[in-house]
Design a protein around this ligand. Structure first.
Ligand SMILES: [Fe+2]
Length: 264
C-alpha cells in the first residue's frame, strides 16, 4: 500500500560489522526506493566491527540512507561516540539507560507531511540488569511524543522474548509499532493488536553464513570449549533483515507489518 494517508517505515536490525555495513552501503538507497519508504531506521549498535558504533559507521549508515540510528547494550562502548551522542538527535541510545548517560532515548522527526516519534528502549532482564524500568521509559516516551504526533515507533533491544511481549501488550494501542532487536535472529511472530504492530526480533544485517553474524569457527570454539573468546564478525555474503511497517498518518495506527529478508 502506498498512498498519501499511509506512512511507510523500514526498520533494519543490528548491523553486524563489515558485511552488514557493506550490504547497506550498496543496497539501502535502492531498497528505500523499491519500498517507497518515507523513513528508514537502523539499529547500529554492532556496526563498528561487531561491538558498538563509531563516528565512521554512524556517518556511513546515515549516508547509506538511514534517517535514525538506534543502539543497545554495546551502543556506548566506543569512546568517540559519546560526544556524537551529545550533539546529534538522529542517534538514539536506550531511553532507560541510567540518568546522566549522554544522548537521548527518543526524538521527533519532521518528515514534512507528518511528524514521527522514534524511541529506543532496553529490556531489563538478562544482559542489561542495570537499566531503569523499560515500562516507565515507554510511558515517558508516549506521554511526551503523543503531545506532538500519534506516530510512535519503538525499537526494544534485548534478549528476553517474554519481556518484549509484555512491553508490547502494555503499550498496545498507545504506540504505532514496537519492534525487537539484539538476538540477530528474526522471529516470525509479527502481528497487529489494537493498532500496534509488533515483532519480537527483526533479525540482523550481517554475514549470512555465520553464528548470529560472528565468525563460525571462533563461535563454535567459544561454545564448545566454554572459553570467553571475543568473536569477530564473519565476512561472507550478507543478509539484511528487518520489517516494513505501514502506519496511518492521521491515527498513528499500524496498518501492516511485513518481515524483510534481503540478500546482498
Ligand atoms: Fe545488543
Amino acid at each position: 500500500m502506498q498512498d498519501n494517508q499511509t506512512l511507510t517505515i523500514l526498520f533494519f536490525g543490528d548491523v553486524c560489522g563489515g558485511a552488514g555495513m557493506r550490504a547497506l552501503r550498496f543496497s539501502l538507497s535502492k531498497i528505500r526506493q523499491d519500498y517507497h519508504a518515507d523513513m528508514v531506521i537502523v539499529n547500529g549498535e554492532n556496526s563498528a566491527d561487531g561491538y558498538g558504533i563509531d563516528d565512521k559507521t554512524f556517518a556511513d549508515l546515515k549516508a547509506s540512507g538511514a534517517d535514525v540510528v538506534t543502539l543497545g547494550n554495546h551502543g556506548l562502548e566506543r569512546e568517540e561516540i559519546i560526544k556524537t551522542l551529545e550533539t546529534t538527535s538522529t542517534l538514539l541510545r536506550p531511553e532507560n539507560f541510567q540518568t546522566g548517560t549522554p544522548g537521548v532515548g527518543y526524538g521527533i522527526y519532521d518528515l514534512g507531511s507528518v511528524k514521527v516519534g522514534v524511541g529506543n528502549i532496553h529490556t531489563h532482564s538478562g544482559i542489561m540488569g542495570a537499566v531503569d524500568s523499560p515500562f516507565k521509559a515507554i510511558d515517558r516516551i508516549i506521554k511526551n511524543v503523543s503531545k506532538v504526533t500519534p506516530i510512535i515507533f519503538i525499537d526494544v533491544h534485548g534478549e528476553n522474548t517474554d519481556e518484549k511481549e509484555a512491553l508490547f501488550m502494555y503499550s498496545r494501542g498507545k504506540v504505532s509499532a514496537i519492534c525487537g532487536t539484539h538476538t540477530h535472529v528474526q522471529t516470525m511472530d509479527e502481528k497487529i493488536l489494537d493498532g500496534t504492530g509488533y515483532i519480537t526480533d527483526v533479525g540482523m544485517c550481517g554475514a549470512k553464513h555465520s553464528v548470529i553474524g560472528g565468525d563460525i569457527e571462533l563461535s563454535i570454539r567459544k561454545s564448545r570449549e566454554c572459553l570467553p573468546i571475543k568473536i569477530t564478525p564473519s565476512d561472507t555474503d550478507a543478509v539484511m533483515m528487518g520489517v516494513k511497517v505501514e502506519i496511518d498518518k492521521v491515527t498513528g495506527k499500524c496498518v501492516s507489518i511485513e518481515r524483510l529478508t534481503i540478500s546482498e
